[in-house]
Design a binder for this molecule. Structure first.
Ligand SMILES: [Fe+2]
Ligand SMILES: [Fe+2]
Length: 345
């Protein structure tokens, strides 16, 4: 292990002498300063492993140096030795308060010097080993967490596919609408972390359709009122499938499944929630989901041309849809097109 020792003393002879003694320790290199201000500047950029600082210096004394050094981030635990005369007890007390760990007597006694420096260096070596282990551990934890997250995403996509297999909605619809959701979220101040959660959760919005009988789910024509009432249950069924998990993605997905058919003016289902009583993710999903459904071909309908679908969103602004979500969706049309080209049927 290479160890960086910084030596600060206004006397050049002392600097040379101290550095010479330090070089006898294996792996130690020194940086020498006869000006404490320059030494402090050096410490802004470098983290030394040991500081040896004289007390009596012009401009800034050793105690002031230690105080400022200790105030720098990540410099609180680095061993600091101050060089003073043995009888300066009051100075030593102040130096201890400022953060000195030990003292070297002036004039320097080689044996004592060697013993104290050795102690400080071995302390620092253990510190560095601990730090390395902590860094290694946190890297491992990060890798493991990413792996779990990747599996969680995979599970979600497979679960969504299971629902899809009976649904005329295609896999590409799921991908487009979830990316439209992220697009909208990114322009209304949703944090990147939550954008990702929304992207992962939105594909499950219709998972509750697994519980809808085929004769209704796959009916080519319009549903009669009784059939439509049954169809409406898919939001609650989806919520029941997804609810109660500790996973932030599944929590968001449960909320979306339950509320993605609510309408901004309160005319939606299941609860007829109004405005921002509807969860934000669900308001975002409503725009993304309806727009993609309109512009996609389904067994029972042709794809609407874009201008007609845009007119539908404008018409539904403030009625079916949150106006803010409609606005940012239409304002960022380039991104809408990019997503559509990326995920074709
Ligand atoms: Fe739905
Ligand atoms: Fe959908």
């Amino acid at each position: 292990m290479k160890l960086d020792v910084i030596v600060i003393d206004d006397s050049s002879i002392n600097l040379v002498l101290t550095s010479h003694l330090i070089h006898k320790f294996e792996g130690c290199i020194t940086s020498e300063f006869n000006n404490p201000k320059q030494a402090l500047e050096w410490c802004f950029e470098h983290v030394p492993d040991l500081v040896i600082v004289d007390f009596m210096m012009p401009e800034m004394d050793g105690i002031e140096f230690i105080r400022r050094f200790r105030a720098l981030p990540e410099r609180a635990d680095i061993p600091v030795l101050m060089v003073t005369a043995n009888d300066q007890i009051e100075i030593r007390h102040r130096a201890l308060e400022a953060g000195a760990n030990d003292f070297l007597n002036k004039p320097i006694d080689k044996i004592e010097f060697a013993a104290r420096v050795r102690n400080m260096l071995s302390l620092r070596r253990s510190q560095r080993k601990l730090l390395d282990q902590a860094a290694w551990l946190s890297e491992e934890v990060k890798l493991a967490t990413n792996e779990i997250l990747a599996r969680e995403r995979e599970t979600i996509i497979r679960l969504s596919k299971a629902a899809d297999s009976r649904d005329p909605e295609t896999g590409a619809h799921i991908l487009r609408m979830s990316h439209f959701c992220k697009l909208i979220a990114s322009h209304i101040g949703v944090s990147e972390e939550n954008q990702q959660i929304l992207l992962d959760a939105a594909p499950m919005h219709d998972v509750g359709k697994v519980g809808i009988p085929d004769n209704i789910l796959l009916k080519p024509g319009r549903l009669d009122p009784t059939e439509f009432d049954i169809m409406k249950q898919h939001s609650f069924l989806g919520y029941e499938i997804l609810n109660g998990s500790e996973s932030v993605i599944l929590k968001a997905a449960a909320e979306i499944a339950l509320s993605h058919h609510e309408k901004f003016d309160g005319s939606g289902y299941p609860f007829g929630l109004v405005g921002d009583k509807i969860p934000l993710f669900a308001r975002i999903c409503a725009v993304a989901d309806v727009f993609d459904a309109l512009t996609s071909e389904r067994p029972y309908k042709k794809a609407w041309p874009d201008d007609q679908a845009i007119a539908y969103l404008r018409e539904g602004r403030g009625k079916h849809f949150d106006p803010m979500c409609v606005d940012v969706f239409l304002e960022n049309w380039d991104e809408v097109m990019e997503i559509r080209n990326r995920f074709k049927d």
